[in-house]
Design a protein. Structure first.
Length: 266
């Protein structure tokens, strides 16, 4: 099949006509005016079944979750659902529930066959927990997981705690993906960072961040946190580190302190 998408074919290369016929049965795109076959290996990306509601589509799907490096087996093993229901959604009778419980237990044990896999499973779970606390995106988590797996392959984890290596992998992933560290650039300590995190959570709960630039919001939050913690940084200093204008910081912080009921002496 050609490199471009079939949807991109809008006119005939031979005569320039836009009167095209897409034959899904034969997998062809044909010009009705001159008969030129523009594509003859069209792949149907849809499901092979017919459904009349979203629920029917979910029941007939036969694919699992996508592969991910966040699991020690990349998510390729088969899981037994924790819900006591069969493939059609009907509740399993009490006669078979104990049997399913034993199957789930042994299935979980079989996924981890040795000490290395056990360590990896525990580490990736800890890494995901850390990333969730920091609100880091999926791309950072996957990069951190790859870093940890490389450390395991090179036997760098021996004699070190899982938490320590997981934290180092996450830190390295943030550096690799160029995650900004505004507080570090302003030489602000953990107290200010914790206060900023608390404020941003409150702002998100009240939907004050919607439709606004994330960098401007972050810079304004850090500015407010530094003042509240008695470690004031000027708007110019924060703007230079964050790469935004002082006007942006002033506009954002006025909205934030008003809606979050913060008393701030500037």
């Amino acid at each position: 099949m050609s490199e471009y998408l079939v949807e991109d074919i809008v006119k005939c290369d031979e005569c320039g006509s836009r009167n095209l016929n897409r034959d899904e049965t034969r997998g062809e795109v044909v010009c009705d005016d001159c008969g030129l076959v523009l594509e003859d290996k069209v792949i149907d990306q849809g499901a092979e079944w017919r459904v009349f509601s979203p629920e029917q589509g979910d029941q007939r799907a036969r694919t699992g979750a996508p592969m991910t490096v966040m699991l020690h087996d990349k998510g390729l093993s088969t899981d037994i659902d924790w819900q006591n229901k069969d493939y059609s959604g009907k509740t399993i009778s009490s006669r078979y529930r104990s049997q399913f419980y034993r199957m789930r237990k042994w299935q979980k044990r079989s996924r981890v066959s040795n000490a290395t896999e056990r360590n990896l499973a525990m580490a990736l779970a800890e890494l995901d927990r850390m990333a969730s606390r920091l609100d880091l995106p999926k791309s950072i988590r996957e990069t951190a997981a790859v870093n940890y797996k490389k450390a395991v392959e090179k036997r760098l984890i021996r004699g070190r705690s899982i938490e320590g290596v997981a934290a180092a992998s996450l830190y390295a992933a943030c550096r690799q993906c160029n995650i900004p560290r505004f507080c570090s650039g302003l030489d602000l300590d953990a107290e200010v960072q914790a206060k900023a995190y608390e404020l941003i959570q409150k702002a998100q709960e009240k939907e004050l961040t919607s439709g606004r630039g994330p960098t401007g919001i972050a810079a304004s939050i850090i500015y407010i946190a530094s003042v509240l913690c008695g470690k004031r940084r000027t708007q110019r200093e924060v703007a230079e580190v964050a790469g935004v204008t002082e006007v942006t910081i002033r506009n954002r912080y006025k909205e934030l302190i008003q809606n979050l009921n913060i008393e701030l002496e500037i």
